[in-house]
Design a binder for this molecule. Structure first.
Ligand code: FES
Ligand SMILES: [Fe+2]
Length: 384
């Protein structure tokens, strides 16, 4: 049958260099398990990932654990004061070694058959190995991963060849410190109330990780989707700025009394500032008490995402419960609903790819931050 069904003539367009002329990433990138398998190798196992707080690693023997998708990782403070990262897996028959966080008295002991490793990752004892032909403990040292810290946060990278965190984002951490001079005083807030001490605020959510990254990187949706946010944040002041592998979105308080939560007249912070570090880490603060959050947008599989992170506040200070409830229940609730609806749409046979709404002045509603992310994505996923 003759016809002009667009689907028959549509050809996939690349994410172009110029955001004003670029199409968005085609829907199939958000649904295909084969794409997700490539993302693990080309993006997540090559980038700096948030592991936890340096304040949990102050003493010799302190350790934290995390996971980069399906890769268990541990970071340990050695007797020599060095921080070391390891693949958190026993070299005998692959039991995970450490869980949660804590302090090791002398060695890392595997819960399965009790092989014991030094805090430097070398195998110290393996029961009965002296009676095994040709057994050499030196063959079973834990595999290391790279570790760097910035602003009290610990990051790991599985790629021995990746640029340093400082090379990729040193200027971002300097920008955060300049904007939030009180950040060094903050400490993890009420983490004992949360499982694992991390802010997994909503559990497993039914959308691809990039849907939430895209959503975090523009405020085109803020007016229709977040009415209370637009009452506490001055939308006219909201500006997104792009850098190599990170971007920032900065704005100011609009009204002390507003539909989201009240901000005290003498509040320590009048900024709503957010940073995004490629590929999946957001940092931010909202007007009011001095607080800071780090959230990792963590894929589980192509169609499932979790968030993991930490909420920091001044030691001994209680954060206004109305504000906490606004952030966790209202704002995140609104975004979760959006992201789930987008995911359903991305699987539709009636959707191909869209256009970025990017204006010449890069206004408060311009989507150049999303384009920046998707362009980095397209480059990382390009065949090498
Ligand atoms: S798997 Fe660790 S000691 Fe056997
Ligand atoms: Fe949002």
């Amino acid at each position: 049958m003759a016809g002009s069904n667009l689907q028959n003539v549509w050809r996939e367009q690349p994410v172009a260099a110029d955001p004003e002329e670029s199409f968005t990433l085609p829907g199939r990138y958000y649904t295909d398990p084969a794409v997700f398998a490539q993302e693990k190798e080309r993006i997540f196992f090559r980038s700096w990932q948030y592991a936890g707080q340096a304040s949990d690693l102050e003493n010799a023997g302190d350790f934290i654990t995390c996971r980069i998708i399906d890769q268990p990782i541990a970071v340990v403070r050695g007797r020599d004061g060095e921080l070391r990262g390891f693949h958190n897996v026993c070299q005998h028959r692959a039991h995970e070694l450490l869980s949660g966080r804590g302090n090791l008295k002398a060695v890392i002991t595997c819960p399965y058959h009790a092989w014991a490793y030094g805090l430097d990752g070398t195998l110290r004892t393996a029961r009965n190995c002296e009676n095994v032909k040709g057994f050499d403990k030196a063959d079973f040292t834990l595999d290391g991963v790279r570790v760097e810290t910035a602003l009290g946060m610990v990051f790991v990278n599985l790629d021995a060849d990746a640029p340093t965190l400082d090379e990729q984002a040193g200027d971002m951490f300097a920008d955060i410190a300049a904007d939030l001079p009180w950040i060094a005083d903050l400490r993890p807030y009420e983490r004992e109330a949360r499982a694992d001490g991390v802010a997994d605020i909503r559990g497993a959510m039914a959308f691809n990780w990039k849907v939430l990254c895209d959503n975090c990187l523009e405020c085109y949706h803020c007016e229709p989707a977040h009415p209370a946010f637009c009452d506490v944040i001055d939308m006219d002041s909201y500006r997104t700025t792009l850098h190599g592998r990170w971007s920032s979105a900065k704005s100011r308080l609009l009204k002390h009394q507003n539909a989201a939560y009240d901000v005290a007249p003498d509040a320590a912070n009048r900024k709503g500032n957010f940073w995004f570090l490629w590929p999946n880490i957001t940092f931010g603060t909202m007007p009011g008490q001095a607080t800071f959050s780090v959230f990792v947008i963590e894929p589980v599989d192509a169609l499932t995402t979790r968030t993991r992170g930490e909420y920091l506040a001044m030691p001994g200070e209680t954060v206004d419960p109305v504000r906490l409830a606004y952030g966790q229940d209202v704002l995140w609730g609104e975004d979760q609903g959006i992201c789930e609806a987008v995911q359903r749409g991305l699987s539709s046979r009636g959707y191909r790819q869209g256009r970025f709404i990017v204006d010449a002045g890069r206004s408060e509603i311009s989507e150049h931050g999303v384009h920046h992310f998707q362009r980095l994505y397209a480059q990382a996923m390009a065949p090498v």
